[in-house]
Design a protein around this ligand. Structure first.
Ligand SMILES: *[C@@H]1O[C@H](CO)[C@@H](O)[C@H](O)[C@H]1NC(C)=O
Length: 246
């Protein structure tokens, strides 16, 4: 409820500093922009005994038989407020607690508010060292923001269980950025068929495709694209691209 006045005040401050052309103004703007992206909230742990991948296999992001890239430290569930109909799946978050910072991937969905991260036991241990008071009740004051994933290897297109040319449905895995859209092409890239994103992070084409292979074009949240040729439209099939999102 304090959001509006606070925002107005910050905007006023920003406007003043820009118009005023005072020397430290840039620093203030930069600080304001950085702080705006930073979320501060509750950090908790879920899945008492599950190992990193087992905690979210077949979870809400539809990442099945997927192993976290070694360059990513762990994973987290995000709340419905952050989830954004699956849009944040596979996105990376830099999270800090008491001077420790790790990079985690969004792999599942849970309860909580817009600042809350619910992590796997392994990830939780890495961040908090299972410090006293950091049990299932969680800790307040984790700081986090979305960052580009530290993934240099190509992304992959993972056909959904039961998928085929008659039900083209796929999830993007191992992407360096969050995926905004996925399209199929049955004519080697001449025309593209838009898909609808299921709430559980797989993209479904509205009709059938002419053959059992197709091209796939994915677009990141910043508009960069990757085209993956000759994707086999079969249940559970994984096809590797030649690159990742710029
Ligand atoms: C995903 O998160 C939910 C909510 O915390 C949890 O119940 C579930 O076990 C997790 N894993 C999978 C595979 O759904």
């Amino acid at each position: 409820m304090f959001t509006k006045p606070a925002t107005s005040l910050l905007l006023a401050t920003l406007a003043t500093s820009v118009l005023g052309s005072v020397a430290p103004a840039m620093t203030m703007d930069e600080r304001w922009l950085a702080r705006r992206a930073l979320n501060v909230g509750m950090g908790t742990r879920y899945g008492a005994d599950c190992t990193e991948e087992d905690c979210w296999q077949k979870g809400a992001c539809a990442f099945t038989d997927y192993t976290l890239p070694a360059s990513v430290d762990g994973s987290t569930c995000v709340s419905e407020d952050i989830w954004n109909d699956g849009y944040q799946c596979g996105g990376c978050i830099s999270v800090s607690y008491k001077g420790k910072t790790i990079t985690v991937m969004v792999t599942n969905k849970t309860g909580g508010d817009k600042n809350h991260l619910d992590m796997t036991p392994d990830t939780w241990d890495k961040l908090t060292g299972n410090a006293p008071g950091s049990g299932p009740g969680g800790v307040d004051g984790i700081e986090w923001q979305f960052v580009k994933c530290p993934i240099a290897t190509p992304l992959t297109i993972h056909m959904h269980g039961g998928a085929s040319q008659y039900w083209p449905a796929a999830t993007v895995e191992g992407a360096s950025r969050r995926t905004k859209s996925l399209e199929f092409s049955g004519d080697s890239g001449k025309t593209w068929v838009k898909t609808t994103r299921d709430i559980n992070n797989f993209f479904v084409a509205p009709g059938t495709l002419p053959s059992s292979t197709a091209w796939v074009r994915v677009t990141s949240h910043v508009g960069t694209t990757v085209v993956v040729k000759d994707v086999t439209l079969a249940s559970g099939k994984i096809t590797k691209a030649t690159k990742n999102y710029a």
